[in-house]
Every structure is written in structure tokens, then in C-alpha cells.
Design a protein around this ligand. Structure first.
Ligand code: NAP
Length: 358
């Protein structure tokens, strides 16, 4: 068993990590950590509101037994020499310092943006750009690290990049216009989105999100040549909004392709990609990596977030665009806390383990 730690364990993504690693066949959680506020407490007490006593466990599953009484440690008490891998789920400023400190000795898989835009750091989606893992060896060499930092994309990028990949490979995707309807849990828990702001409302701005999606999509779908990623030649324009949905991001996507195509061919390309996806045999991989609905009322967060444990990217409303000659439109759904963060990070760990990086 590989020995792992979770840093940021009390947060929205951290709790998902606790669940995703429960009885994992290859990884055993040896240490958990969060901020000084939580350090020294048992996990169940660290996620309890000190004033009201309310337990802030936000998943429908029970808290896994292994985690309940584990002591949440201070980051300074994390012992990299006793670990094979660290998962981090903390905001990017704190993540930068913490990931830099530990990557010297041990691999880090991160859900934060701290390292995403560095030239020797790949942004990995298992099943989409597996060949970019080779950049991790260059990163190690460049920085003299025994470990590395392997970040996941922003959770809004994940579904977009997954659905664009078969379009790029088959029809040459060139321009993308996307409007997101992002869930509240995507904003995390501390402080998160205020109920007073989001109820009966749509907030048409998420700081830094649109720029992240634009840069990350092209980097993920780019090519690793001579130790450098050349971003895909894609123009991405997006509008990111926050909506009163608990979990799961919905995105309305328009794509202009180089080659003319039609909804049936796009559906076929997506399904074929899904059927042959490289990570299909890994423990956290979903039965359907990509799922395409014909029912025009799908995807819907309430119905589609449960499918395959939140690990499938669900597409619907595939249509020909009527403004541009080579235009395709669709709506996608991707679970921000499953494939888009913790469980996706565990899937990435499984892929890196199989490839000998962990
Ligand atoms: N939410 C999502 O759907 C999602 C998806 C993809 C990526 N992400 C990214 O994942 C990261 C975590 O997001 P989240 O939504 O889980 O946030 P969150 O709910 O606010 O949780 C933050 C976690 O970080 C801990 N923390 C804060 N400062 C720390 C420090 N200095 N040292 C150690 N631990 C510290 C907190 O511990 P305390 O409880 O002790 O304060 C808590 O465990 C962010 O970078 C976010 O952008 C989030």
C-alpha cells in the first residue's frame, strides 16, 4: 500500500478526498492536516462548528470509520519521509508555500492553481493528456526535487477539455464559446457563497475563472514536444456564472470546427473516445467516461450528478449551430467535487502509480 496524506482535509474537497480514499486498494491515508484552526482535533471535531456543535460533514455518505478519530495535524507535522504521496486541497496562496516545501521530497497531487501555469508543470486530466506526465520528470530535474507537483485543472475546465478532446482529434476544434452555470460547492466552504447572495439569484462573475478556463483548456489539449507544452491552437471565450445548484457545473458550449461535422458524428466521436479511454481499468474510473444523451432535457445537475459516482462527463442537446457554417452546440455537466477535484485527483494518482511515478 502507498502511504498518503491529505492537506486541507476539512474543506469541501478535503472531505471528498476522505471518502474517495476509503478502502482504496492501493492508497492508505496515514496523515491528515488542515489549518492551525483544526490542528490537534479529531477529524469529527475539526469539522464541527465550535459554537453550535453542528457537524459540517456535507456528503450524503457516512464519514468513513478510518477518518473519524484521526487527528488533524498541523502542516508542520506532516512527515514526507513516511509518505509516498500528498493530496493538497487548499487555496492557492497557502498551497504555493506548502507544495513547494513538500515536493522536494514527495509527489504532490494538487487541486489548487498554485503551480498550474508554470512551464514545467502539466495540468493533468487522466484519460485526456496522459502523455504530459513525462513533463514531471523534467520538472524534477529542473528543480532538483525528488517529488513533483501534478495539478488538476480548475473544475470548470475539466468537463470542457474532456468534451473538446474528441472534437479536436476528429474535426479540428478551433473556436469555443462557453457559458458556465457553476455550483455553490465550487466556491468551497471557507467562506463559500452566502445563501443570501445566491438564493433566487445568478451571480454573473467568478473572479479569475474565465482566464483560468481559457489558458488551461489550450494547455491540456496541447502537445508535449521537446520537453515543452505547445498549447492547442484554440480560441476560448467564456462567461462563468454561479447558480443556486449545490453540486455540479453545467456548461453551454459552442464549438467551431475546421472540418464540417454534424451532431450524429460528434456523438459517435465522443462515444468512441469514451469506449477506448486509457484509464478505463483504474479503480476510480467510471463505467462511462463520457455519456451522451438524446433526451433534450438532459443533462441536469439533479439527475446527472449521481451517475457513475460523479465521474462521468455528461453531454446533451447536441445541435448544429445555425450562425456559423461549421458550428456544433451542446450542454455538458461535470461534477466539480468528484471528477473535477477529489475523485479525479485519486484517478490521477492511480494513473501515476500505474506509470511508476508514485
Ligand atoms: N470546491 C470545489 O469544487 C473545487 C474544485 C476544484 C478545485 N478546487 C480547489 O481546491 C482547493 C480547496 O478548495 P475547497 O473548495 O475544498 O476549499 P475550502 O472548503 O475552503 O477548504 C479549504 C481547506 O484548506 C485548509 N486550509 C486553509 N488554509 C490553510 C493553511 N494555511 N494550511 C493548511 N490548511 C489550510 C482549510 O482548513 P481549516 O478548515 O482548518 O480552515 C480547509 O481544510 C482550492 O484551491 C480550490 O480552488 C475546489
Amino acid at each position: 500500500m502507498k502511504r498518503v496524506a491529505i492537506i486541507g482535509v476539512t474543506g469541501a474537497v478535503g472531505q471528498e478526498f476522505v471518502l474517495a480514499l476509503d478502502k482504496h486498494p492501493w492508497f492508505e491515508v496515514k496523515q491528515i492536516a488542515a489549518s492551525e484552526r483544526s490542528a490537534g482535533k479529531k477529524f469529527v471535531d475539526a469539522i464541527r462548528d465550535p459554537d453550535s456543535g453542528i457537524l459540517k460533514w456535507h456528503l450524503k455518505e457516512e464519514i468513513p470509520e478510518y477518518a473519524k478519530d484521526m487527528i488533524v495535524e498541523s502542516v508542520d507535522d506532516i512527515k514526507p519521509e513516511n509518505l509516498d504521496l500528498i493530496f493538497t486541497s487548499i487555496e492557492s496562496e497557502a498551497a504555493r508555500e506548502i507544495e513547494t516545501r513538500f515536493a522536494k521530497d514527495v509527489p504532490i497531487i494538487s487541486t489548487s492553481s498554485a503551480y498550474r501555469y508554470e512551464s514545467d508543470v502539466p495540468i493533468l486530466i487522466p484519460g485526456i493528456n496522459d502523455e504530459h506526465v513525462n513533463l514531471l520528470n523534467i520538472q524534477r530535474k529542473n528543480r532538483g526535487w525528488k517529488g513533483f507537483v501534478a495539478p488538476l485543472p480548475n473544475c470548470t475546465t475539466t468537463g470542457l477539455a474532456i468534451t473538446i478532446k474528441p472534437l479536436l482529434d476528429n474535426f479540428g476544434a478551433q473556436k469555443i464559446i462557453m457559458t458556465s452555470m457553476q455550483s455553490m460547492s465550487g466556491a468551497g466552504r471557507s467562506p463559500g457563497v452566502s445563501a443570501l447572495d445566491i438564493t433566487d439569484n445568478i451571480i454573473p462573475y467568478i473572479p479569475k475563472e474565465e482566464e483560468k478556463v481559457r489558458i488551461e483548456t489550450a494547455k491540456i489539449l496541447g502537445k508535449l514536444v521537446d520537453g515543452k507544452i505547445t498549447p492547442a491552437d484554440l480560441k476560448v471565450s467564456c462567461t462563468c456564472t454561479r447558480v443556486p445548484v449545490i453540486d455540479g457545473h453545467t456548461e453551454s458550449v459552442f464549438v467551431e470546427t475546421a472540418k464540417h461535422t454534424d451532431p450524429e458524428s460528434v456523438k459517435k466521436a465522443m462515444i468512441e473516445y469514451s469506449n477506448k479511454v486509457s484509464v478505463a481499468d483504474l479503480p476510480s474510473a467510471p463505467k462511462n467516461y463520457l455519456l451522451v444523451h438524446d433526451d433534450p432535457t438532459r443533462p441536469q445537475p439533479r439527475l446527472d450528478r449521481e451517475i457513475n459516482g460523479g465521474m462521468s462527463t455528461v453531454v446533451g442537446r447536441l445541435r448544429q449551430d445555425t450562425v456559423f457554417e461549421n458550428g456544433i452546440k451542446y450542454v455538458l455537466f461535470s461534477h466539480n467535487e468528484k471528477m473535477g477535484s477529489a475523485k479525479g485527483a485519486v484517478l490521477l494518482a492511480e494513473m501515476l502509480y500505474k506509470k511508476g511515478f508514485i
